[in-house]
Design a protein around this ligand. Structure first.
Ligand SMILES: [Zn+2]
Length: 630
């Protein structure tokens, strides 16, 4: 909350406007990145008097007050060689108060940041880790000029414009200076740096230009297979075909291939900060599992960065964000990202449907939907986020729910897409909405054009008249015990469970560990070792037997526990009349439980409903190759 008096604010603005001609200068020193330490030297133009400096709190893309101020350490302010005392704000812990002595026109700040987002040879700098600037001023009005120092031999990937000689293909480390920009654009332009680096130009026939900067912990990892590069080339064409003109001067995918599992991304206007497992691109199956990531973050350049819900388009990083429309910001992006991954060839239509089935099944088995709407998961994400995404992760996560507006949004926008097709006899589809929604001013440089719910409804009605307000309200704000599979149904398919995991689910479990393999049968999620129960599906067979998260399985049906023994017992349950018998350990106690389950293995997939329009098959056809592209 901002709580300064207006007189105080006036002093601040006057102070800064006076010194505005000179940009803040920040030098980020990443030479100690392998030791998990970043440093910054910052020169801030000032005038004498009270000064409030602030570091980002509400980080775009996180939609929550997660700025890493707790990791910012070693803060020292000096002016004319003398140390200046500072005091942290009592309420806003991101803000530092100091008094600038008369005759001083520039304050120097040194700070360090403890960071975990590094490996021995890869560093990622999102600028909220080091940036400091005057409080109370819109961040697009604050000029700043950045320089970066990396270890010798390291390459740099970024959308910032270098003004000193630097050849990314032949990196030599050292200092690189970048053109002056604003605090808003610097925050939106991360740096990825590393010892093993390969920059590839994508779709070079198009302007503006696109690059992917790939970093690994070895040279071999940063070397990408030609088929993967071909998919990424097609991704650019598919995105342009679906969204029209971009709003970037050039675009850099920054990609770190690191670690055994996981991955994630953070969207920016002219770049995205992505990570995949080290072997995340090594085989077609590995590529398929993480295929949605780059298309998702790329889509955000249009939907999320350029078009942004009014509640998330805040003037600075101190103003709280409102997440009520995240089912558009993230949900629509989730739908489009998965679709583009399929259209560019990074996954097949069949595997796309299998992933869709997993989303639908996960959401249908998220029991917290009995008390919370999708809309509530969006509204509350800024304060109530959990890492588990309500899909069998942390204890009782399925009852709590988490950022479910991603997978629910995927299903919702499929519903919108197929409803438009149904109402127009397949002559219109979601692309017609995108053309209207994405054609709202803004040029070829990064611009934010905010929207509200009324605009979404108006744009949809422009595509085809329908009660879109009621349609969206029912699906977003209603308490619906079962997942919305209308889009799948209208697409010509239905969600079913079979006794074998789909190819997609098998590949996913191989890359990311178990977790979900007995979720749809027994109703328990297991940790990566496969022994400890991390979540129990409320109302499921294990829940009815009073099994709970945190317990360890020691034996099943008289056999010492192993994953194989568990699956054998599940398979036998179909013909067994007796319940499954478990011996469990809870801390120092041992208990027994009988699970009355007889349905064998259960894994979700989609099945074609013959004789119905197969809109889903139309939806998965590439656009750029069918002449529909502009
Ligand atoms: Zn996203």
């Amino acid at each position: 909350m901002l709580k300064r008096s207006s007189a105080w604010l006036f002093v601040l603005i006057a102070t800064f406007v006076f010194g505005q001609k000179t940009p803040i200068q920040i030098t980020a020193d990443l030479t100690e990145a392998p030791r998990k330490l970043y440093h910054a030297e910052i020169d801030i133009p000032v005038t004498a008097g009270p000064l409030a400096l602030i570091t980002p709190k509400w980080i775009p893309g996180y939609h929550s007050p997660g700025g890493p101020v707790a990791d910012i350490t070693g803060v020292v302010f000096t002016a004319n060689g003398k140390t200046l005392p500072w005091r942290r704000d009592d309420v806003d812990l991101y803000e530092f108060h100091l008094t600038v002595p008369s005759g001083v026109s520039s304050v120097h700040a040194h700070l360090d940041c403890i960071t975990t987002n590094v490996t021995a040879s890869i560093a990622v700098l999102e600028w909220e880790r080091l940036m400091l600037y005057p409080a109370g001023i819109p961040v697009h009005d604050i000029p700043i000029q950045a320089s970066v120092i990396v270890p010798p031999g390291w390459g740099i990937g970024t959308s910032l414009t270098p003004i000193s000689a630097y050849d990314a293909q032949h990196p030599a480390g050292g200092t690189v200076h970048y053109a002056a920009t604003t605090v808003e654009m610097l925050e939106d332009s991360p740096i990825m740096a590393g010892a093993y680096f390969h920059e590839y130009a994508l779709a070079p026939e198009l302007t503006p230009k696109h690059y992917i900067d790939v970093f690994g912990d070895s040279a071999e990892v940063a070397d990408v297979r030609p088929t993967v590069l071909e998919h990424w080339n097609r991704l650019i064409h598919e995105a342009w075909a679906m969204y029209g003109a971009p709003h970037y001067r050039s675009y850099h995918f920054l990609l770190a291939l690191r670690g055994a599992m996981g991955g994630g991304g953070l969207e920016h206007h002219e770049s995205s900060d992505n990570s995949l497992p080290e072997r995340g691109l090594s085989t077609d199956n590995d590529e398929m599992v993480g295929s949605g990531l780059l298309p998702h973050e790329f889509t955000h350049s249009w939907n999320g960065k350029y078009r942004r819900p009014a509640g998330l388009a805040t003037p600075d990083y101190a103003t709280p964000m409102k997440g009520e429309l995240l089912w558009v910001y993230e949900g629509l992006t989730d739908y489009l990202g998965e679709l583009l991954a399929e259209r560019c060839g990074a996954t097949s239509a069949e595997h796309y449907r299998e992933a869709l089935a997993l989303d639908a099944a996960n959401m249908d088995n998220t029991t917290g939907r009995a008390w919370r709407s999708i809309g509530d998961t969006a509204i509350s994400i800024s304060g109530l986020a959990t890492s588990a995404f309500g899909r069998g992760g942390n204890a009782w996560a399925n009852w709590r729910r988490s950022a479910d507006y991603y997978p629910e949004g995927n299903l919702l926008w499929l519903d919108v897409d197929t409803t438009i097709r149904k109402l127009t006899n397949n002559s219109k589809n979601l692309r017609d909405f995108m053309v209207i929604y994405l054609n709202k001013g803004g040029g070829t440089t990064p611009t934010v054009v905010p929207y509200d719910l009324n605009e979404i409804v108006t744009d949809l009605n422009q595509v085809v008249k329908n009660d879109w307000a009621g349609f969206l309200n029912e699906r977003v704000n209603g308490i619906n015990r079962h997942v919305n599979v209308e889009g799948i149904g209208q697409g010509g398919y239905k969600l079913v469970y079979t006794d074998k995991p789909s190819e997609y689910l098998k590949a996913r479990m191989a890359q990311r560990g178990g977790g979900t393999d007995v979720w749809f049968s027994l109703g328990v999620a297991l940790d990566t070792d496969g022994t400890t129960i991390t979540d129990v599906r409320v109302g499921g067979p294990a829940d009815k037997a009073k099994i709970f998260p945190g317990e360890k399985i020691m034996a099943v049906n008289g056999r010492v526990y192993s994953k194989d023994a568990l699956h054998a017992a599940i398979r036998q349950s179909k013909t067994a009349s007796a319940p499954m018998h478990f011996i469990l350990q809870n801390d120092t106690m041992v208990t027994e439980a009988d699970v009355d389950y007889h349905d064998g293995e259960r894994y979700p997939t989609l099945e074609r409903v013959e004789g119905t329009p197969a809109y889903l098959d139309d939806i998965t056809k590439p656009l750029a190759q069918t002449g529909e592209a502009k």
